[in-house]
Every structure is written in structure tokens, then in C-alpha cells.
Write a protein that binds this ligand. Structure first.
Ligand code: RIB
Length: 296
């Protein structure tokens, strides 16, 4: 089984701020750093650091060398990354003193995908392979549909949530990873149990992960319901924590790790990620996750 992560790649410009900028305010930042990120790239690197072989497909602009380098350095196969004219995707991220973030996204090359390119990339994959998607590329509904038509197992992290998600057919998705906000938007419910009930009633085949911030995460499918608490740490930067969770969850799923243990690893890996700066650089290797779980 091959794993294809088809997703965004961003240069993250991260500013430390005393508080998030308010409308009309000019605020001096306390520091600034540049990291590689993007939900797609972060998830590919999380998968690779967890121990899987992964192909990344996506687009970079003329300034995208550091994005490609980061993937390659982490062992991700970049043969399906296309180079486009103009700028790569980038973000302006504010991180406050509690480690919470606020992200302004510029799509850049991430929005230059064509249907022809999707078909070309997918022609190298076949039934039973895994296709991992988020919502930072254009043509997400087409990616879901084309992946499903080829018999790929579609894993969707509908983040960031916007009207495009409503155009995706969740019957074509096998694994859905959502946070409370996305869960509320998709199900119309606020209570975590009700979110899962409604989604499973509508889409009985789904495996669902619902992350709940400091309250941990829930997993649900037709037969199983599990809850995982967080491992409390001092939060430095939450950017990329969800992507870390996603990568480790997929690792557990495809490697046949029992679900309780998979969720423990996800929570541990995310807690390590939030205790460090940046998105992809903060993602731990599996070895560190397992060692840290043994220590506690
Ligand atoms: O999920 C975190 C990511 O979201 C950041 O790396 C940023 O690029 C945005 O896409």
C-alpha cells in the first residue's frame, strides 16, 4: 500500500506577540522566525517521522526551495511536487504568550492545481492506496472524488473549514479528522458525543477522530468509541499540533497498532509538538514519542 499526501506547502512567518493584533491596532512583535509549514507538508513530515514511506504531491512557487528541502530532508518523496510561477503559499502567524496562534493564509502556488495534474499524479496510485487531504489546495472536492473513483482510501482533514467542505461528498471519505469547530459546522451539533452520533448515522462507514483541544480527543466508528486525554505540557506554540496528531493517527491505522495505543501516541506526539516552536520542526520522531510514553 502506498501513501500519497496531496496537500499544501507554506512558508510560515511566525511573529511572537503579547496579544493578537486588534482591528486598527499597530503592534510591535516580540520576535520573528520563518518555518516551513502548510497542513499538507506538516502531515507528510509527521507521517515520515512516525516511520512511514510517503509521497507528497502539491505545488511550490519560485521561492519554494526550502519547502522541497524540508520534505526531502525528512525522507518524503517529492517527485509529485510541481513547480509553478509566482509565490509559494505562505502564512503570517501570530503566536501569543499562551502559545495560541492566529493564522493569515496566502494560497499562492497551493491554488494553482489543475484537474489534469490531479489525474496525472493519481495515475501512479491504485486501489487500496491511501490519499490524505486537507483544505488548503484548490479543487478539494475533485481530489476527493477522483481518489475515491480510483478506489483509494480517502483520509480527509477538512481544515481550514470553509464553504468548499460542503461540496465534498463525505460518502467518498473513509477517515475524517476534525476539530470541534469543523465538527459543529459539518454536523450542526456542539456536544462532542452528538457530533459523532450525527456523523456516524449519516456516514456509517466513517472512522472519525474529533480533537477537543485541552479536553483531548475522541475516536468513533460503528463498533468503537474511545476517549484520549491530553498529556499536559507548557504550551509554547500550538501550530502544527493537529497535523502531528493526523500523521501519528494514520501511522497507527495502517500499521495495525491497537486504537487505544494509537491515540496515546497521537496525544503524546502532539503534546511534544506544542511544547516547541514552529510547525513541522516541532514534530517528534516515533522513537522520542515511545520513549516519552515509557517514562510516564
Ligand atoms: O496546521 C498548521 C499549518 O496551518 C501551518 O503550518 C500553516 O502553514 C497553516 O497552513
Amino acid at each position: 500500500m502506498k501513501i500519497l499526501s496531496f496537500g499544501s506547502m507554506n512558508i510560515d512567518y511566525v511573529y511572537q506577540v503579547p496579544h493578537m493584533v486588534r482591528p486598527g491596532e499597530t503592534l510591535a512583535s516580540l520576535g520573528m522566525e520563518t518555518f516551513v509549514g502548510g497542513k499538507g507538508l506538516n502531515q507528510s513530515i509527521a507521517l515520515a517521522k512516525a516511520g512511514l514511506s510517503v509521497y507528497h504531491a502539491g505545488m511550490v512557487g519560485e521561492d519554494g526551495g526550502i519547502l522541497l528541502d524540508a520534505l526531502t530532508k525528512n525522507g518524503v518523496d517529492t517527485r509529485f511536487v510541481a513547480k509553478k510561477e509566482g509565490k509559494s503559499g505562505h502564512t503570517i502567524i501570530q503566536v501569543d504568550e499562551d502559545g495560541q496562534n492566529s493564522i493569515l493564509l496566502y494560497g499562492g502556488a497551493n491554488h494553482a492545481l489543475t484537474e489534469k495534474e490531479i489525474d496525472e499524479v493519481l495515475s501512479h496510485f491504485s486501489k487500496g492506496d491511501l490519499l490524505i487531504l486537507q483544505n488548503e489546495l484548490n479543487l478539494l472536492p475533485q481530489l476527493v472524488k477522483k481518489g475515491w473513483e480510483k478506489g483509494l482510501t480517502v483520509v480527509l482533514n477538512p481544515s481550514p473549514f470553509n464553504e468548499v467542505i460542503g461540496q465534498c461528498d463525505l460518502r467518498q471519505v473513509s477517515v475524517l479528522l476534525i476539530n470541534e469547530i469543523e465538527g459543529k459546522e459539518i454536523s450542526g451539533r456542539e456536544d462532542p458525543k452528538e457530533i459523532l452520533d450525527v456523523l456516524l448515522e449519516q456516514y456509517p462507514h466513517l472512522k472519525i477522530v474529533l480533537t477537543l483541544g485541552s479536553l483531548g480527543a475522541d475516536y468513533a466508528d460503528q463498533k468503537t468509541r474511545l476517549h484520549q486525554d491530553i498529556f499536559p505540557v507548557k504550551t509554547v506554540d500550538t501550530t502544527g499540533a493537529g497535523d502531528t496528531f493526523t500523521g501519528y493517527f494514520i501511522h497507527g491505522l495502517v500499521s495495525g497498532v491497537p486504537m487505544e495505543e494509537t491515540l496515546r501516541r497521537c496525544a503524546k506526539a502532539s503534546s511534544i509538538a506544542v511544547s516547541r516552536e514552529g510547525a513541522s520542526p516541532s514534530i517528534p520522531y516515533m522513537e522520542e514519542v515511545l520513549r516519552s510514553l515509557e517514562e510516564k
